[in-house]
Design a protein around this ligand. Structure first.
Ligand SMILES: Nc1ncnc2c1ncn2[C@@H]1O[C@H](COP(=O)(O)OP(=O)(O)OP(=O)(O)O)[C@@H](O)[C@H]1O
Ligand SMILES: [Mg+2]
Length: 166
């Protein structure tokens, strides 16, 4: 598969930097949104979700859903946090009930969601986290897929450029 060029890319140099970047994106979130997190193993998908969730009013610690597959956090919007790394068959996606989760009162974040992109209920913001040269360096790339996020591309770009300027 040929990767399209990212809309924007930001470097972070600490886990808190990645959390702050995610928190800055929270302003753009609309009820019913879907965010796909992908990239390198251990690059910070869960850390990103922690920053986003806290900014959306989630008051409890967000932990990796690797073994539970899906966690639900009440906040200003309900945050559904899924990790589909362990799904062996694409058929298992149906069991997640994604179409039911993505509703007008929630935002749904799917770690490794790129692997099931064709089975997702709509368009999404893709956030690809990649390991960098030094241990705490990360490259965070943004792409929009489908119509839901298309009109927010300028806003995503603005968040990315503010983060770069920090
Ligand atoms: N710039 C950075 N951004 C994010 N995490 C960082 C950064 N620098 C170091 N880290 C560390 O990298 C680890 C990221 O772990 P995290 O569980 O968020 O990754 P993940 O992508 O969800 O992993 P997995 O692929 O297992 O789901 C944490 O231990 C965090 O402290
Ligand atoms: Mg994770």
């Amino acid at each position: 598969m040929v990767e399209s060029r990212p809309l924007a890319a930001v470097s972070t140099t600490s886990v808190d930097g990645t959390r702050r970047l995610a928190a800055a994106l929270a302003d753009l979130i609309r009820p019913g949104d879907l965010i796909v997190l992908c990239g390198d193993l251990g690059a910070g998908k869960t850390a990103f979700t922690q920053g986003l969730g806290a900014a959306l009013g989630v008051e409890v610690p967000i932990t990796s859903p690797t073994f539970t597959l899906a966690n639900r956090y009440p906040g200003a919007l309900t945050v559904h946090h899924l990790d589909v790394y362990r799904l062996v068959h694409i058929d298992e996606v149906a069991d997640l009930g994604l179409h039911e989760l993505v509703d007008d009162a929630s935002v749904t974040v799917v770690e490794w969601g790129d692997a099931i992109a064709g089975a997702l209920p709509g368009g999404f913001l893709e956030v690809r986290l990649l390991l960098g040269d030094r241990p705490d360096d990360r490259q965070v790339e943004f792409r929009t897929v489908g119509t839901e996020w298309a009109d927010r591309e300028p806003a995503v770009l603005a968040v990315a450029s503010r983060a770069t300027g920090e």
